[in-house]
Design a protein around this ligand. Structure first.
Ligand SMILES: [Zn+2]
Length: 52
């Protein structure tokens, strides 16, 4: 899942790393526009992807 850079107007940034633990997923992003790095944690249950 892409995300928008919180530091500049760059949109649809692809994650460079995706980690998953149980029902939580953590995506690490690096903006192709400004180089800002951030991570986003998501609860997969909110996306209808129940953990096995
Ligand atoms: Zn940026």
């Amino acid at each position: 899942m892409t995300d928008n850079c919180p530091n500049c107007p760059q949109k649809d940034v692809e994650p460079i790393t995706q980690l998953r633990a149980g029902v939580e997923a953590s995506d690490l992003y690096r903006c192709t526009g400004c180089g800002h790095i951030w991570s986003t944690n998501r609860d997969l249950r909110s996306y209808g992807q129940e953990a096995a």
